[in-house]
Write a protein that binds this ligand. Structure first.
Ligand code: DQA
Length: 145
């Protein structure tokens, strides 16, 4: 299975950024974890990170030509970006939304996601393990359940 992983703004700072909320693992650590798990299942994974909304929109569009599932942590664009939502709506590829922190247990503005209504589902609050859970969810979609 081909899976595109997309990381949104400020996730390049993981490990240094508010470690009490986001933990001490870097984005490279997290990508390595996803890759290890993907290899176990023979899945092919590509990674993309950007702090720029339009680049994330383009990455979602590009995934349509290659990926069979998308795992995205849209960062703060989760709560603001209609453009990202529209891109996810447009592509005929299942999208799984991931957040490291439990966005429902934090500030009120984080409870609203423009992405969730057009995603297959949301995984929130499990730290880096959330990406592994998302990978399993994607593989489950391929298996038909
Ligand atoms: C986040 C949660 C968002 O509210 C926040 O803006 C982020 C990270 C998470 O992974 O917990 O940048 O998506």
């Amino acid at each position: 299975m081909k899976i595109q992983v997309i990381h949104g703004p400020n996730l390049n700072l993981l490990g240094r950024r508010e470690p009490d909320i986001y933990g001490s693992e870097t984005l490279d650590d997290i990508d390595a974890k996803i890759l290890d798990e993907a290899k176990r299942f023979g899945a092919e994974v590509r990674f993309f990170q950007s702090n720029v909304e339009g680049e994330l929109v383009t990455a979602v569009q590009d995934a349509w030509d290659w990926a069979e599932a998308v795992i995205i942590n849209p960062g703060a664009y989760t709560h603001t970006s209609i453009a990202l939502r529209d891109a996810i709506s447009a592509i005929e590829v299942p999208v799984i939304e991931v957040h490291l922190s439990n966005v429902h247990a934090r500030e009120r503005f984080r409870r609203h996601s423009y992405i969730s209504p057009v995603a297959v589902g949301q995984i929130s609050g499990f730290g880096p393990q959330g990406y592994v859970l998302a990978l399993h969810a994607a593989l489950g979609l391929e298996a038909g359940g």
